[in-house]
Design a binder for this molecule. Structure first.
Ligand code: AKB
Length: 363
């Protein structure tokens, strides 16, 4: 194996499933090694190298870097906020030990760059919630958030101490249609679109006035790629950039959907766990550091995103043409009308490894 490759962990998850095809378009199918753990990879992900990789296994991580001569890593494996609170031990193993294994193996194997997404979860109740500054108080109250702060600091440390080029953005909630997120707190936004198309209604687990920062997937992917390619000379921050696109509440989102589907109905059944998490997060972000240091600029607003998402979800669900289209990623069951987290066995919860959606929400 002579050529250097890019590794994407958590490839079967919400972000990975969209990042991998895009990177493969740019660099060629064979150059991008997609790594997942428990979720069956889609046919699309298998169009290039796909490996099963448990990031908590240090030897396996190192062997993968050696086998494929990995030069860059997008490390997306993570247990998200809501799933993390149902199994903090697993979240610790994957989010702390998994990241440590990636950074150590990258350092030892001479990897050039590691991209590790952080999240708005890296902030907490003590953080200013409106236009949250890039550099501010970070005392999160979830294991996911604690792991994200640690990840940012570790990334900065590995750069300063070992010269490993670690970079990362703090993602808001991400809306997309290809792989539905089911392990986080911001997932309601995607679920509302699916509910609208599939059932004409949706039961929301967050209060109607819960304002959170959000972003459409094409912007999220572009943020990762642009930060990865940014000139290092311009970067004062490393693994901790706020990136913003839009902020809205469930009630505002429902209104935007109702403009397009007038009969759409929403009711609210609050999940205390996810409501408490959302209430501890920023409502909007100041992303001026990302704008200044690597020219970050979002391209999608709420109205345009709504049109695009509805068109794609309709196509995916086959509502317009009475059947699924060839190539659709229709292999998942939706559990979005749910409002409560199941207390499943650790092995079932472990399926969320790799930023992956699971059946962990109960109807
Ligand atoms: C979650 O809700 O846990 C994630 C996030 C904001 O990081 N979508």
């Amino acid at each position: 194996m002579n050529m250097e490759h890019i590794l994407v962990t958590g490839a079967t998850g919400q972000i990975g499933a969209e990042l991998v095809p895009l990177l493969r378009q740019r660099y060629g199918n064979d150059m991008i090694v997609a790594a997942g753990n428990r979720t069956k990879p889609s046919a699309e992900l298998q169009q290039g190298p796909f490996i099963t990789l448990d990031v908590t296994d240090a030897a396996a991580v190192r062997a993968a870097l050696q086998e494929y001569r990995i030069s860059k890593i997008f490390h997306l494996s993570s247990i998200l906020s809501a799933a993390g609170e149902t199994n903090p031990q697993l979240a610790y193993a994957v989010n702390f030990n998994g990241l440590y294994n990636i950074l150590e193996a990258a350092r030892e194997e001479g990897v050039k760059r590691v991209i590790v997404p952080s999240s708005i979860a890296a902030f907490g109740p003590g953080t200013p919630r409106e236009q949250t500054p890039n550099d501010t108080i970070q005392r999160p109250t979830t294991i996911y958030g604690v792991s994200k702060v640690a990840g940012e600091l570790l990334g900065n440390y590995y750069f300063q101490r070992f010269g490993l080029d670690v970079r990362g953005v703090r993602f808001p909630g991400i809306l997309s249609w290809k792989v539905e997120p089911t392990a986080g707190t911001t997932d309601y936004a995607v679920a509302m679109f699916y509910g609208a198309v599939r059932d004409g209604r949706y039961t929301c687990y967050l209060r109607e006035d819960t304002r959170l920062p959000m972003m459409y997937m094409p912007d999220a992917i572009r943020a990762l790629i642009e930060l990865e390619q940014a000139d290092a000379k311009g970067l004062q921050h490393r693994a901790d950039f706020n990136v913003a696109a839009m902020s809205f509440t469930p009630a505002e989102l429902a209104e935007v959907i109702r403009k397009r589907i007038p009969t759409f109905a929403v009711d609210y059944q609050i999940d205390p766990l996810r409501q408490a998490i959302a209430d501890s997060w920023p409502m909007s972000l100041d992303d001026s550091a990302a704008r200044a240091e690597w020219d970050w600029e979002p391209q999608w607003d709420l109205e345009r995103m709504a049109d695009d998402l509805l068109a794609n979800i309709r196509r995916k669900l086959g509502k317009q043409r009475g059947g699924r289209e060839k190539g659709d990623e229709g292999n998942r069951r939706y559990t979005f009308s749910s409002h409560r987290l199941c207390r499943k066995s650790p092995s079932a919860i472990a399926d969320v490894v790799g930023d992956e959606p699971t059946e962990q929400l109960c109807p």
